[in-house]
Design a protein around this ligand. Structure first.
Ligand SMILES: C[S@@+](CC[C@H](N)C(=O)[O-])C[C@H]1O[C@@H](n2cnc3c(N)ncnc32)[C@H](O)[C@@H]1O
Length: 164
């Protein structure tokens, strides 16, 4: 099955929060921002939390099932992949969590996300010991710092924080 068809049919009911997610939130809370866009938001667990903290958050995901569930919680999300990102205007912060590593070619997505981000961009992506994800974390943008968060299964979450 083609990569996109696979994700269109899937539903990722992730609700728990890992140590890497807490690091992501701590990174976001330190920034002077109001508006946020999440690419590949799944059922919207981060959007829900960040909205409850007062941020104005929007997102999109390729999976209609995920977006339907997110909408039940009144989250501002739409069904779409990187080909729909031209519809999104500037936001203070753009982030992804565990999305680009699932894409065989994230170039178009990264180009749009860099355009949408007026202040900051965060890529929080998983790298396994064997690098068996598609994207192997070679982002060459304006990285301020990277944070490594090691998981029990030997994988690492790498958080790239970039300033524009
Ligand atoms: C591991 S889940 C992470 C979901 C969410 N970011 C989170 O942390 O809860 C990966 C998500 O990326 C979405 N995805 C995969 N490829 C995508 C693409 N090309 N455009 C938009 N979303 C995509 C999947 O549908 C899935 O919801």
């Amino acid at each position: 099955m083609k990569e996109k068809d696979y994700y269109r049919k899937r539903h990722h009911p992730q609700r728990n929060f890992s140590e890497a997610n807490v690091r992501l939130y701590n990174t976001i809370l330190d920034l002077d921002i109001k508006t946020i866009f999440e690419f590949g938001c799944g059922i919207g667990r981060h959007i829900e939390r960040l909205s409850s903290w007062g941020y104005e958050v929007n997102g999109c995901d390729i999976s209609p099932k995920c977006v339907k569930e997110a909408k039940k919680n009144d989250l501002k999300v739409f069904i779409g992949d990187e080909t729909k990102l031209h519809k999104v205007g500037k936001k203070d912060l753009v982030f992804t969590n565990s999305v680009l590593c699932h894409m065989s070619n994230p170039t178009q997505a990264i180009k749009h996300l860099e355009r949408i981000a007026s202040k900051y961009l965060i890529f929080c992506e998983c790298v396994t010991k064997d690098n068996d994800f598609w994207w192997i974390h070679d982002y060459k943008g304006k990285v301020i710092h990277t944070i490594d968060s090691h998981l029990d299964n030997g994988a690492t979450y790498k958080i790239y924080l970039c300033e524009f």
